[in-house]
Design a protein around this ligand. Structure first.
Ligand SMILES: [Zn+2]
Length: 210
C-alpha cells in the first residue's frame, strides 16, 4: 500500500515455485500477464490465447516465455516513466474497478487478480461502449480473461453507488475527474477522463453480476 520508487537490480524467477500454487492463485496471477498483452502487445495477447491451457498447467517453457515478456513490458513502461506521471498509469488497466471490488469485498475474499480480471472486463466493455474497440476486440478481451478461469462478472453485492464511491478515491483522478485506463485497440491502452458520468453509471447499472 506504500509506494516506493527504488528499482530492482535484477528479477529472479523460480518457475518451480509456481507449481506449489493452488489453481485459483495461479489464475489470479494470469490477470496481470493478460494485462500486459491488452495494454501494450497484441502479438503477446494472441500468444496468450493460444497458450493459456499450458500456462495454467505450469508448463515450464511456456511459463518462462510469459514471465519474460511480462517483465520486459513492465520494465519498458517503468523505464519510460519512473514516477508514474504518464504511461506507467497504463499498468493500472482493470485496477480502478478492481480495487473497488477488492476493497468492498474485504481483502482476500476476492483475490487481487480476480478483481483485476473482472475490472479489465469492465474496462474493455466501457471501451467498446465508447466506440474505441469493436465487438470482436471486446469478445477477444473477455475470452482471454475467461480462459484464465477469472471472473468476468462483478460481485452481486456491489451496487453502482458502491463502485462509484470507491472509484472516486482512485489515485489517478485529478480533482473530481475520474480517470480510467481504457483500450484504444488490443495492445494499445490510454488513460482517459473522457467517459461521461452517465455512461459510467449506465455501464455499472447493467453490467453482469455474479
Ligand atoms: Zn495488480
Amino acid at each position: 500500500m506504500i509506494g516506493a520508487f527504488w528499482q530492482p537490480k535484477a528479477v529472479l524467477v523460480d518457475i518451480d515455485s509456481l507449481k506449489s500454487l493452488p489453481r485459483r492463485e495461479l489464475s489470479a496471477g494470469m490477470a496481470e500477464v493478460i494485462k500486459y498483452g491488452l495494454i501494450r502487445d497484441e502479438a503477446f495477447l494472441s500468444w496468450l490465447e493460444a497458450n493459456m491451457p499450458a500456462l495454467l498447467d505450469v508448463e515450464p517453457e511456456v511459463v518462462a516465455e510469459a514471465i519474460a515478456r511480462s517483465c520486459q513490458i513492465k520494465a519498458d513502461i517503468v523505464a519510460e516513466d519512473e514516477t508514474e506521471q504518464g504511461v506507467r498509469a497504463l499498468l493500472n488497466l482493470g485496477h480502478t474497478f478492481g480495487h473497488a471490488i477488492e476493497a468492498h469485498q474485504g481483502y482476500g475474499n476476492w483475490l487481487h487478480g480476480e478483481a483485476v480480471g473482472a475490472g479489465m472486463a469492465m474496462a474493455a466493455t466501457l471501451s467498446n461502449r465508447l466506440g474505441w474497440i469493436d465487438d470482436a476486440a471486446l469478445a477477444r478481451s473477455l475470452a482471454v480473461i475467461e480462459s484464465a478461469e477469472l471472473p468476468l462478472a462483478a460481485p452481486a453485492n456491489m451496487s453502482s453507488d458502491d463502485f462509484l464511491a470507491r472509484m472516486r478515491l482512485d489515485k489517478k483522478n485529478i480533482d473530481t475527474r475520474l480517470r480510467l485506463v481504457l483500450l484504444n485497440a488490443l495492445g494499445d491502452a490510454c488513460v482517459s477522463d473522457a467517459t461521461p458520468t452517465d455512461m459510467l453509471r449506465t455501464l455499472l447499472d447493467d453490467y453482469p453480476r455474479c
